[in-house]
Write a protein that binds this ligand. Structure first.
Ligand SMILES: [Zn+2]
Length: 194
């Protein structure tokens, strides 16, 4: 039978609490969930002190992942609050969604010489990506949450998706092309990740 217990280890100057599940697995597995909870699974045969050592050894990774999940949930909260403000007709920090088409209108002309037809934009609230595209259907889908990001980040996502109309994958050629049209795309990508 599987059993779950809570354990604590001290590492990197702080206490780390984790959920230990005993089950038939080969190795010690560690995962930091999106909500920041640390889950470890290990066989009942492995000594608890050995698991503590394993978790302590992973402290830098764990703390980084927890920091990230905290940032993400703060971002989610901010976004939901701003969305509620918009719905209530209150003052908001969300950008006007018209910015998406404005940016497409600015960037698209670069793709005309390559025979790319102007895509249609779809706006959705998405969990795991900023943008996606259906090249055959001529559709680019953008994450509504981009309205919380600086303009240069939205430009970066639109540019990335447009480049897929020429290179469908993330090949060397794709990034080479991206580099040519937007030499600072990496900096923009870093900003979007914050
Ligand atoms: Zn892509």
């Amino acid at each position: 039978m599987n059993s779950i217990s809570t354990r604590r280890v001290f590492a990197s100057g702080r206490e780390i609490e984790y959920l230990l599940e005993r089950k038939q697995v080969k190795n010690i597995n560690l995962r930091v969930r999106a909500d920041g909870i640390i889950r470890v699974s290990a066989s009942p045969r492995v000594d608890a002190s050995q698991i503590d050592d394993f978790v302590a050894g992973k402290a830098p990774f764990i703390l980084k992942a927890m920091e990230r999940s905290k940032r993400i949930s703060k971002f989610e909260d901010d976004f939901q609050r701003e969305l509620a403000n918009v719905k209530a007709g209150k003052k908001t920090n969300l950008k006007d969604p018209a910015i998406f088409n404005e940016i497409l209108d600015e960037i698209y002309p670069l793709f005309i010489p390559y025979g790319v037809k102007k895509p249609v934009l779809r706006i959705r609230t998405m969990k795991s990506c900023w943008g996606s595209c259906l090249v055959n259907k001529g559709i680019i889908t953008l994450n509504r949450k981009l309205l919380m990001k600086p303009r240069e980040c939205i430009e970066y996502v639109v540019m990335h998706e447009l480049c897929h109309f020429i290179y469908p994958d993330h090949s060397k050629q794709f990034y080479g092309f991206m580099e040519k049209l937007m030499p600072d795309w990496k900096e923009r990508q870093n900003v979007i990740r914050i």
